[in-house]
Write a protein that binds this ligand. Structure first.
Ligand code: HEC
Length: 149
């Protein structure tokens, strides 16, 4: 439990208090965390599609959110949290933790590289964000329950 409280404290630094307080279980906490990751992906995706002007500061803010999520996401899948709360986590996370950890690591590394690249135009953003989105997809394909969306 102590460990989980530490994770909640880390989440509080990242997301609105109301969102984190709603998370009383690892299942809910990781759901909230992934929603934060998605919210951060939105402006970057819109820039890449030309639906929004490039903004280096906004992109960097998204990278920071991803980096912080990458640092704690792996702690939110303890034994006993395989089911419940409509979790979309797939059983493969527990049967193939090594593979899951490897993709999580690749995600964190792609994000760190994007932060280091500090893109200042759309072309550079494409180069930096592309590998990150690739790891989102790879992890969801192997470790997230298939959804229609
Ligand atoms: C290392 C694996 C991994 C990576 C990398 C990853 N995800 Fe996820 N994602 C998951 C898992 C597992 C779930 C299901 C969590 C649950 O329901 O417990 C999920 C759920 C989600 C959800 C649904 C939120 C919810 O629970 O309703 C969204 C949206 C999402 N991810 C977006 C992203 C985006 C965008 C990225 C990349 C920027 C990303 N994810 C990277 C594993 C990953």
């Amino acid at each position: 439990m102590h460990r989980f409280i530490k994770i909640l404290m880390a989440l509080l630094l990242l997301f609105p208090v109301s969102q984190v307080l709603a998370a009383e279980s690892p299942q809910e906490a990781r759901h909230e965390l992934m929603e934060g990751v998605r919210d951060a992906a939105k402006p970057v995706g819109e820039m890449l599609k030309g639906e929004r002007d490039f903004n280096a500061a906004v992109a960097m803010e998204s990278f920071q959110t991803w980096a912080e999520a990458a640092a704690i996401f792996g702690d939110l899948f303890p034994e006993g949290s395989e089911t419940g709360f409509d979790t979309e986590a797939r059983a493969t996370i527990w049967t193939d933790r090594e593979g899951f950890n490897a993709i999580l690591l690749a995600f964190g590394e792609a994000v760190d590289a994007a932060i280091t690249a500090n893109p200042q135009d759309l072309e550079a953003l494409k180069t930096a964000a592309g590998p990150v989105f690739k790891t989102c997809k790879e992890c969801h394909e192997g470790y997230r329950v298939e959804k229609d969306d």
